[in-house]
Every structure is written in C-alpha cells, then in structure tokens.
Write a new protein. Structure first.
Lengths: 188, 271
C-alpha cells in the first residue's frame, strides 16, 4: 500500500487485485444484484485510486476500503431508485415481531440463494449494512462502527436484529429447503 | 414482549458467534443449549451470506483496468506543471515575426478579396499568391472543427474552444487519432508567409514556453484552456458525447483526452 501511495503502479495493481473479490462480495450483498455489484465494485476501485493519497492509516486499509465499497454500493442503490427500479418489500423485516426468534428459529441449511437475496432486500440499510460488513467483509464491531460512523453498541444490536430477521425469514419451510444440496462450496 | 424487543438470547447468540462476549458471558451462553442452537443457525446464515459467487472475469478486469487508467491519468496530470484549471496558456510560441507576418498576410488577403468582389463582381486579383488563406494553413487535421474564423480575425491553428470533434470512445481510438493527426501534420507543412521570413518552420513547442500559471501575453487565439506548458494540442474530440481535447504530453509522449468543461484528464494512452 505504501508503494502504491508512492506511485508504484505495479504495487497498486496488486493491491487492487487483492481486494477486488471481497469488495465485489460486499457490493453484491448490499446491492442484491450482480450488475449493480459490478458497477459499484468498479466505482470503488476507482475511488480507491482517487483517494489513496488521503489514506492516513488511522484505520486499517481494509476498513478504509470497505467504507468506500459500502458508499459506492449505496450510491448504486440510489441510482437504481432514481431509475425507478423496484427495490423489494417496503416492510423492513427487521421491524417485524422477532419475539420468538430466540426459541423457534432453526436453520440447518440455506440452499435457496434467491431466497437469501430476497430476505436481504427486505432488510433496510441500517440492518443490512452491518450484517454484510460482519458476515461478508469479516470486519469486527469496532471496524464496522468506524465504517458506518456508529457506536459499537449500536453495531452489535443492529447485527443481532438483522440476523434475527433474516433467520426468521429463512427458517420458514419455503426458505429452508435446500434446493441444491450438492452445490459445491465457494472456492477460497 | 413488545414487537420492538429482540430476545436477549438472540443478541447473545449473535455476539457469541462474533466473539464479542466477555469471558463470563461467553461461558454462560455456552451452557445454554437454546442459545447454542441459535448460534448454530446464525452460523449457517453467516456462511450463506459469505458464499458469494465470484465476479465475472470480465468485470474484474474492467474494474481494475479502469482504476489503473485513473491512476495513469492522475499521474500525468501531476507531471504537468501545476496551473489553475482554466488559465489560458500559450501552447506554442512561434517566432514573433512569423505570427505578425501571418496576420498581416491574412488581413491583406481578406482586403484584396473584398475589393475584388466589390469592384468586379467576383474577379479575384490575388497578388499575394504565396499567402495561403490562413484557414487552409491550419495544421490541425480536425475536420470537424467549426467553420474558419471570421476573415478579419488573426489566423489561428488552434480553436479557442472545443467544438466537439470525432467521437473517441477508448484509449486505443485516442491513440489512432493521435497517430492520424501526426501523419497529417507531417504532410501539411505550414506555407511560407508573405512576410518573407522563414515561416516554413513547423509549429513546435519551445523550451521557453512560459510555465503554466504564468500566462504568456499574446494573442488569445493561440491560447487554449486546459493545456499545460508541455502539452501539444492535437485536436478537438468528443468523449462519450462530451467535448474534449486530445493532447500529447511532450515530456512523456503519452496522449491524453481532456474534458473541455473542467479540464479533467479523461484517460491517457501510451503512443
């Protein structure tokens, strides 16, 4: 990263390649669509280059990158809204009754990825973003708090609520039936 | 329990999964089968969320290429002498005598033509046959340039504003445009002026060009915004419908597409 900041093009190339897949994954989960995710990820790569000189090391580089990826994804969602594309359910499932989630929700497998996308779309940004940054970007609560400018306690509660809402949505018979149990796991 | 409350067990399970519990909290959670069952469910959810299909190779390649193009463009902009974005900078400094001689020749041609039209209804009596009309002496091959400047204006090879030229939609197209421009420049030498001075010298930037930001006084028709002191203007182009300039960085040889509206370097390509 230091070399990239110093103008080393090769170092920058390596840096971008190293972070692209995770950036894309975050964008994919936030935007919910591959086309939008590709656009957002490209915007994020460009924004990284434009702002590389401004990275001062106060946070980790990964945290800084995911903040950019999150913002680019949100920008893409706003553009989608302006295009009039239907976003999904208007009712935020995180605000539904989750009183029973502690005792009744059981998920053994999630085979229907479309259902997962649909459930994510039903989650508002305030809950979807912290869940994605935790479970996709693997940031800890402090890092997520830095990315989203939230207190760590709020991050903890929103992640918990977001997960609970998703788990409840996916634990219904329709969402919990593995449609392709032989689907290979993602290559790392 | 109100609809807004999340069961404590759910929050504990979530924090347990993330390793965010204090040791005693963690121990208490581990001892609760209901909590651990919920941890297992949330773990399945987390694995599914993380299981994102990788981006298409083309998307990956395009994104990184776009970012590197941005890096190249910003680096080239930084190499140029810093200048206010819209400060006019004289691109070339021709020999002073050549410039004024050319202007005088152009004015003479216009006057002669006007007199001829008035006197004889069209009989042209050009006496300064060596003075090619300035519009035709332009070295710029940009055929999409606006109509030649008004006859009374001093001749200028350069447009004072991007009129919108050929559509350039990629760095490769820009490279080809620059190559074509250079080829035409080589075959369209500036004619001798009526002034008799050695005006056949092709236009070249000199090392005495004033640094950008310290605009050299001179005829404004030779000035073009967005050009740095080591830039060679190649022609007006259009990039994604946006008026722009093509220019060659004489220090690096790279060719740039520069937005006319705000002087952004849109992209850069090696020659």
């Amino acid at each position: 990263m230091t070399a990239a900041q110093g103008g080393d093009r090769g170092a920058l190339d390596q840096l971008l390649r190293r972070h692209y897949d995770r950036v894309h994954a975050v964008c994919r989960r936030i935007t919910g669509q591959e086309a939008d995710a590709a656009d957002a990820a490209q915007d994020a790569m460009i924004a990284i280059v434009r702002n590389l000189d401004h990275f001062d090391g106060r946070s980790s580089f990964g945290t800084w990158v995911y903040r950019i990826a999150t913002n680019c994804s949100l920008d893409e969602l706003r553009r989608r809204k302006r295009r009039g594309v239907v976003m999904g359910g208007e009712d935020d499932i995180a605000h539904s009754d989750l009183a029973d989630v502690g005792s009744t929700v059981r998920i053994e497998a999630i085979g229907d990825h479309l259902a997962l996308d649909a459930a994510l779309r039903s989650l508002s940004d305030e809950y979807r973003l912290p869940v994605v940054l935790r479970d996709v970007a693997d940031l800890d609560y402090a890092e997520i708090a830095a990315v989203l400018d939230l207190p760590p306690g709020t991050v903890r509660s929103r992640i918990a609520r977001g997960r609970a809402a998703l788990a409840k949505a996916l634990s219904s018979p329709a969402g919990n039936q593995p449609t392709n149990p032989e689907r290979p796991s993602r290559a790392t | 329990m109100s609809h807004d409350e999340l069961p404590l067990r759910a929050e504990v399970a979530s924090a347990y999964l993330d390793g965010e519990l204090e040791p005693d909290e963690r121990a208490a959670a581990a001892a609760d089968p209901e909590t651990m069952a919920l941890v297992d469910s949330l773990s399945v959810l987390r694995n599914a969320l993380a299981d994102v299909d990788p981006a298409a190779v083309s998307s990956r390649t395009t994104a990184i290429a776009a970012a590197l193009a941005e890096f190249d463009a910003r680096r080239d902009t930084d190499v140029a002498v810093p200048a206010p974005v819209r400060a006019p900078v004289t691109l070339f400094r021709r020999h002073e005598r050549n410039r004024f001689a050319l202007g005088a020749a152009a004015a003479a041609v216009v006057l002669i033509v006007a007199l001829a039209v008035v006197n004889s209804g069209g009989r042209s009596d050009l006496e300064s046959s060596s003075a090619t009309p300035p519009a035709e002496s332009a070295q710029s091959p940009d055929s999409s340039r606006k109509a030649a400047p008004a006859a009374t204006e001093a001749p200028s090879i350069l447009a004072t504003e991007a009129a919108g030229g050929p559509e350039i939609d990629s760095p490769e197209a820009l490279r080809q445009y620059a190559a074509a421009t250079s080829a035409m420049d080589a075959t369209t030498a500036m004619p001798a002026t009526a002034g008799g001075s050695s005006a056949t010298t092709p236009l070249v930037p000199t090392t005495t060009i004033a640094a950008a930001g310290t605009a050299t006084p001179g005829p404004t028709t030779d000035s073009l915004p967005c050009m740095a002191s080591n830039d060679l203007f190649l022609g007006d182009i259009t990039v994604v419908g946006e008026p722009a300039y093509a220019a060659r960085d004489l220090t690096t040889g790279k060719i740039k597409a520069i937005a006319a509206a705000d002087c952004r370097v849109l992209f850069t390509v090696a020659p």
